[in-house]
Design a protein around this ligand. Sequence first.
Ligand SMILES: *Cc1c(COP(=O)(O)O)cnc(C)c1O
Length: 221
Amino acid sequence: MIIPQKIKTILEEIPANVKLVAVSKTKPKEDIIEAYEGGYRVFGENKPQELAQKYNELPKDIEWHFIGHLQTNKVKYIAPFVQLIHAVDSIKLLKEINKQALKNNRVIKCLLQFHIASEETKFGLNLKEAKELLASEDFKSLKSIQIVGVMGMATYTDNEVQIRNEFGNLKSIFESLKSDSFLTENEFKEISMGMSGDYMLAIGEGSTMIRVGSTIFGSRY
Ligand SMILES: *Cc1c(COP(=O)(O)O)cnc(C)c1O
């Protein structure tokens, strides 16, 4: 029972209002079953087909989060059951999620992904882009998606000051969007930030959701 023990240790370390998403990507379903039998129900994956296969083979009361970059042509694999899509960064993707949600008679919750790290990446919005997206007529017409917060990844570095600054930046982005666009929407409350190496720093900056993989399931090689 090593995996449940690791989860328990993290849960004891974090505040009760912070949700732990156990990132099981690349790991076999036996590892998830071990966590499940230890009582855990919230898991994250980053490959649509892998997630769909695990969903089919595992107990149906698992809460599945999609945490990675999602291609529009793969939304259909996860739309019937996914609880939260963490990394949405374009209107094109939102439109496809909306379309697939509608087909499945659901409203799918999403987080907007922001680029807060110093590393180059093509993924993630900046504040200006997000405000433009949220103000667009295209966005306003989407009734089968719900934006419930923001997500980001800090730079992979030992520099704790830098990591704190980047998480602090995501918290400010959240506050700015909240007061601009979501003031009356109580569901807009999530800040998904923090992974194995930096989740305590993220919680210090206001994280409400941490995504932890290797600390629970071991390294992925
Ligand atoms: C893999 C992954 C994680 C978990 O990373 P660990 O360092 O193993 O905890 C968290 N978030 C995203 C987006 C990931 O792709």
